[in-house]
Design a protein around this ligand. Structure first.
Ligand code: BGC
Length: 713
């Protein structure tokens, strides 16, 4: 009786949605029947740098797209990459996605998506080209700052609310870059060879979550090849996995200039071709008509080489996208640069900053004291919204770290010297001397360095040349430490860097690219106004070759110019460090606080589980320090005596909790047994191994508080 009631009840609830979908389908089919072949073709490729054509005679609008992923990009010229120099395209710069990942906070991800979606809506964009969820494989990848770290579970949990937040504004999230675009070097042609296991267990889960749980309306194909075929028209990735297996009903958009072949573009799952150069000199009226999905596609349909139904499938998806976005009734107006957006940016920035090291509780710095603070480093002043490639922004405001510190420490004397410069023509000796002269008498030295958004740093289209901090920063830190021991280093970067100099300094903050509120967030952490609670979303290896991708040499990264082989397989990031017992400088999940936390007790609800059950981990965590703060309880799982190669442990659940001083909180983390499955290459399917597993509970991948043994029967 209950089951019958449940069935009718859920049908009743779903009925309005089914009805709306049926009405939408009718609308779409009706429009398709009225469109000419030429009009349908014109919808499948660009008409300008960031738009595709509509069909005015039927009221079908153009589609307008914008980067992404951490702010709405300034307007670009119609047909070249120059900025259009509008005066109404200033935006809020949100923290880059590595920072969002470091918050380990899905609620903040929802706020992020909602706010950026509102800005996209206000700017009249239908598609936001983001978020990016490529897995962090090597610290040299110039674009890691745009992604969510090295762990597929963390990225999956965080990408879903971001997408939902964006899309509730009637703006499509276009999740990128699908898939295996894990380096910028040779990104246009490198052929990635990776096992099915690593593909499904490491590189695809965040995309799968984006589609299946986040219901993303668009996906961007990546530049690289996978098993010999470019990813923008890759049969396995797009047809078989994305559209067939995951049931994606949205639009596949190419990366800009990522299409290379008409037949593959037609048959292998691409829907809209973007970024292929126009030929405006030959054809003023239709300069993109000779794109791969333009006239060559049209000719094949007219010549009966390709069935019109293949074109209709693409157009159906495009019209569905429009009904979800530009043609959606009652969508919000959007808003830009408002108080809420800055609050969101500030919250994410201050919750994402990671305290890597804090000897003798050197931080926080008492802001009531009349002390002298020497601020050293180019990144104290440099705008990090400019540069970096397509994620570049034109922020309405951007508080530099130096300004943030000046505002926060009003009782202190603040002296600033650049110390080093990214400009090779500048006299670095002079800068060095200036820095050394002001650190001598300072009570505190704040070294604000790291990487930047220049080419070969954290930037699109090129990878980093070296794992070291650039511009002789390690040498400068060493020299400063000889004059003053009270140094905190604030690393501004989206990547791990070599940190051999860490013994010369008391504290280290990993502060990412934080956008508009950068300086305010950094200053709040330095003064203790905000207690740090960020956790590293990727490992900091001691040496580059300690990273799994680099361990196997050039064929693994960057490849031989034609192909590369992901030889570390499933052992990416901390999975490699843990399993091979190669200690990193700072581990995945690591992040200190100004207070301390202790696990009082922990248990699982049972000892034995069936494969369709859920493991419930209960624990009580106490704030044993003097300040209130947030902690991220992390739960990892590892198989004992597995029949296959597995990582020692993998993140399977986490929860961020706020706990007052001397108080404790009960936390429940649920792990569906299904999530312990591995990808069985022989069966091309997921399999749950029976037997014993260890559930590890801790506050970092290298700080496990408790191990619980459970058995899957
Ligand atoms: C990037 C994409 C970006 C596109 C449009 C490409 O070069 O790889 O991430 O969305 O340009 O700017």
């Amino acid at each position: 009786m209950y089951m019958i009631f449940k069935f009718f009840f859920s049908f009743f609830l779903a009925f309005p949605i089914l009805l709306v979908n049926a009405q939408q389908d009718d609308k779409i089919e009706n429009l398709i029947s009225q469109l000419t072949i030429e009009e349908k073709i014109s919808m499948c490729h660009a008409q300008s740098k960031f738009s595709s054509a509509g069909v005015p005679r039927l009221g079908i609008p153009e589609i307008w797209m914008s980067d992404g992923p951490h702010g709405i990009r300034p307007e670009i010229n119609w047909d070249d990459w120059g900025y259009a120099n509008w005066t109404n395209d200033y935006v809020t710069a949100f923290p880059a996605l590595t920072c969002l990942a470091a918050t380990f906070n899905p609620d903040l991800s929802m706020k992020y998506g909602t706010s950026i979606g509102e800005e996209a809506r206000y700017r009249k964009k239908d598609v936001l080209l983001g978020p990016g969820v490529n897995i962090y494989r090597t610290p040299l990848n110039g674009r890691n700052f745009e992604y969510m770290g090295e762990d597929p579970y963390l990225a999956s949990v965080l990408v879903v609310p971001y997408i939902k937040g964006v899309q509730k504004n009637g703006v499509a999230a276009c999740v990128k870059h699908y898939a295996l675009n894990n380096q910028e070097h040779w990104r246009g042609h490198i052929n990635v060879e990776v096992s099915d296991r690593a593909l499904h267990e490491i590189y695809l889960p965040a995309f799968k979550a984006a589609v299946k749980e986040g219901s993303a309306w668009a996906i961007m194909g990546s530049y690289n090849k996978f098993r010999g075929q470019h990813c923008c028209h890759n049969d396995l990735l797009l047809n078989k996995i994305l559209k067939k297996s995951w049931g994606f009903d949205g639009v596949v958009i190419s990366d800009w200039g990522g299409v290379h072949n008409t037949n593959e573009a037609i048959f292998n799952g691409l829907d809209i071709e973007m970024g292929t150069p126009s030929d405006k000199n030959q054809s003023k009226r239709y300069p993109y008509q000779n794109n791969f999905l333009g006239k060559p596609f049209l000719d094949k349909i007219i010549g009966n080489e390709v069935k019109e139904s293949i074109l209709d499938d693409k157009v159906r998806r495009i019209l569905r996208l429009m009904l979800r976005t530009s043609l959606k009734q009652n969508k919000p107006f959007g808003s830009i640069n408002n108080k809420q957006h800055y609050e969101t940016a500030y919250k994410i920035a201050s919750e994402g900053i990671v305290l890597l090291k804090n000897t003798d509780n050197f931080l926080p710095i008492d802001k009531t004291k009349r002390i002298t603070i020497a601020v050293i480093g180019e990144n104290a002043e440099k705008s990090m919204s400019i540069g970096g490639g397509s994620s570049e922004l034109k922020p309405d405001k951007e508080i530099s770290p130096l300004l943030g510190i000046q505002k926060e420490f009003r009782n202190a004397v603040i002296k600033y010297a650049k110390g080093y410069s990214s400009d090779a023509t500048v006299n670095s000796d002079k800068l060095r001397k200036e820095a050394l002269s002001i650190v001598k008498d300072a009570d505190v030295v704040l070294f604000i360095g790291g990487l930047n958004k220049n080419r070969h740093q954290d930037s699109e289209a090129s990878d980093r040349d070296s794992y070291q901090l650039p511009y002789n920063q390690p040498e400068l830190i060493k020299e400063i430490s000889k004059n003053n021991k009270n140094i905190a280093v604030i690393l501004v970067s989206g990547n791990a860097v070599e940190t051999r100099w860490k013994t010369d300094v008391k504290s280290i903050l990993q502060s990412w690219y934080l956008g508009s509120e950068a300086g305010n967030a950094i200053a709040s952490i330095l003064s203790g106004e905000v207690n740090p609670s960020g956790k590293l979303p990727f490992s900091f290896p001691m040496n580059l070759n300690d990273n799994g991708a680099h361990y196997f040499g050039k064929l693994s990264y960057p490849g031989d110019g034609v192909s590369q082989y992901y030889k570390e397989d499933i052992l990416v990031g901390y999975r490699w460090h843990d399993t091979k017992k190669i200690v990193p400088s700072f581990s995945f999940g690591h992040g200190l606080s100004y207070t301390s936390f202790e696990l009082l007790k922990s248990s699982s609800d049972k000892n034995e589980y069936l494969i369709n059950e859920t493991i419930r981990v209960n624990c009580t965590v106490k704030n044993t320090g003097k300040l209130e703060g947030k902690e991220v309880v992390q739960v990892y799982a590892g198989k004992v005596n597995s029949k296959i190669n597995r990582a020692k442990k993998e993140l399977k659940g986490f929860k961020k909790v706020f706990i007052k001083s001397n108080q404790s909180e009960k936390i429940k983390i649920e792990i569906p047994v299904n999530n312990l499955a591995f990808y069985n290459e022989k069966d091309s399917d997921w399999e749950i191994e029976k037997g014993e597993y260890i559930i590890y509970i801790g506050n970092a991948s290298d700080n496990i508080w408790e191990e619980i043994s459970i058995t899957i029967i």
